[in-house]
Design a protein around this ligand. Structure first.
Ligand code: ATP
Ligand code: SF4
Ligand code: MG
Length: 356
């Protein structure tokens, strides 16, 4: 098995909201294999976009990455000089932002914007660049691509803007494509087309993909593996089939219980009681404790060695495993340790899984 393309470990990002510091990411760790689609799923505000932005060091001005590692094919991105990072962005890793309408430059034509990527990352200019830009626009399903290169973004529909963003994102032929809610703003038919397009492009190019979504249906269609985010932390990572067959974390299970399906027709859906906790203070214990019906008294307590709040995570079947994690360390074994590494910590079943 080849080494994963991307290894993220202990990633923590804080944002200064003016009144308080928001701990948007807390000790996030996962891997993305070559040619693999890893999906991050989670409700609004759980930290999905902040994870994507942190990987590319594009956090808002008020934010900073306070800890962690982002290893892309053996290169630590968090310590690269900014000039080198600019080469990584767009060439090795590119991103389809959550808001395509605001991510395209309104005063440049679509062709000029794709051309900028081709010039910077593929060294193409003039006719060669225009021909390639038209090919890319055509490949994302824009009819009459050659002519539409001269259109401005406002002349494109929402679905076409999304496709233009995808064309720009793949123009540099990246090894990793980050797609942040790539279809949320689209109607169902266009959504299906864009997902199919991403799948085809990935298969053709052997690209890895980090797919961010709050939609478990999209995860089922697209992902090889899944990470579930809750309140700034990854609480479960699993292979797709295992995840859909038997989600392990109590939060993941509640997500499934809240999904409508045929068997629940006419009945009430199981809402998750309570609210996502504020991210302005560290969590002494499990961040899901107020909403978890498996919670035990120990779940709310700080781990004994005072290490990161992320160290107290439910990794399996709720109470039993948590209590085992928190059991007193054997005499002479030193302070109770956090779980071995961020990847292992978040795994359902505890064993880190490599990408395929
Ligand atoms: N510029 C900012 N300043 C302060 N806090 C921010 C900023 N951007 C995001 N946050 C906070 O960071 C946390 C994570 O936000 P993020 O955008 O990653 O959520 P998300 O999971 O992508 O949500 P959604 O599904 O709505 O896109 C949230 O608590 C959010 O309020
Ligand atoms: S650690 Fe405890 S409160 Fe948290 S999810 Fe697991 S069982 Fe529930
Ligand atoms: Mg988001």
């Amino acid at each position: 098995m080849s080494a994963p393309l991307l290894r993220v470990g202990g990633l923590s990002t804080w944002l200064d909201s003016g009144e308080a510091v928001v701990r948007a990411l807390d000790d996030v760790g996962f891997e993305v294999g070559r040619g693999e689609t890893f999906a991050i799923v989670g409700e609004s505000g759980s930290g999905k976009s902040m994870t994507a932005l942190s990987l590319l060091r594009l956090v808002p001005e008020t934010g900073r990455i306070v800890a962690g590692s982002v290893d892309l094919d053996g290169v630590e991105l968090l310590s690269l000089p900014e000039a080198a990072m600019r080469t990584v962005r767009g060439r090795r890793v590119s991103i389809i932002f959550q808001e395509p309408a605001t991510s395209l430059n309104p005063v440049l034509t679509v062709g000029q914007q794709i051309g900028e990527v081709l010039a910077r990352h593929r060294g193409l200019r003039g006719d060669a660049s225009r021909t390639r830009a038209a090919e890319l626009l055509h490949s994302v399903g824009i009819p009459d691509a050659e002519r539409r290169l001269d259109d401005y973004p406002f002349q494109f529909s929402g679905g076409m803007k999304q496709r233009a963003m995808i064309a720009m994102a793949i123009a540099g032929e990246p090894d990793l494509l980050i797609a942040d809610e790539p279809t949320t703003a689209l109607d169902v038919t266009i959504q299906a087309q864009v997902l199919e397009l991403l799948r085809t492009l990935q298969a053709e190019r052997g690209m890895s993909m980090l797919l961010i979504t709050h939609d478990l249906g999209i995860v089922a269609q697209m992902a090889h593996r899944v990470g579930v985010m809750y309140a700034g932390a990854l609480v479960e990572i699993a292979d797709r089939d295992a995840f859909f067959h038997a989600p392990q974390h109590p939060y993941s299970r509640k997500l499934f219980a809240a999904l409508p399906d045929r068997t629940k027709r006419g009945g009430a859906l199981a809402a998750i009681p309570g609210q996502v906790p504020p991210l302005t203070a560290p969590f002494p214990g499990c961040r899901f404790v107020d909403r978890c019906d498996m919670a035990a008294a120990r779940c709310a307590k700080r781990v004994r060695d005072g290490r990161t709040p992320g160290a107290l995570r439910c990794v399996g079947d709720g109470r039993k495993r948590v209590e085992r994690r928190l059991a007193p360390a054997p005499r002479g074994a030193g302070p109770a340790r956090a779980l071995p590494d961020p990847q292992g910590r978040a795994q359902a079943g505890g064993r880190p899984r490599q990408g395929r």
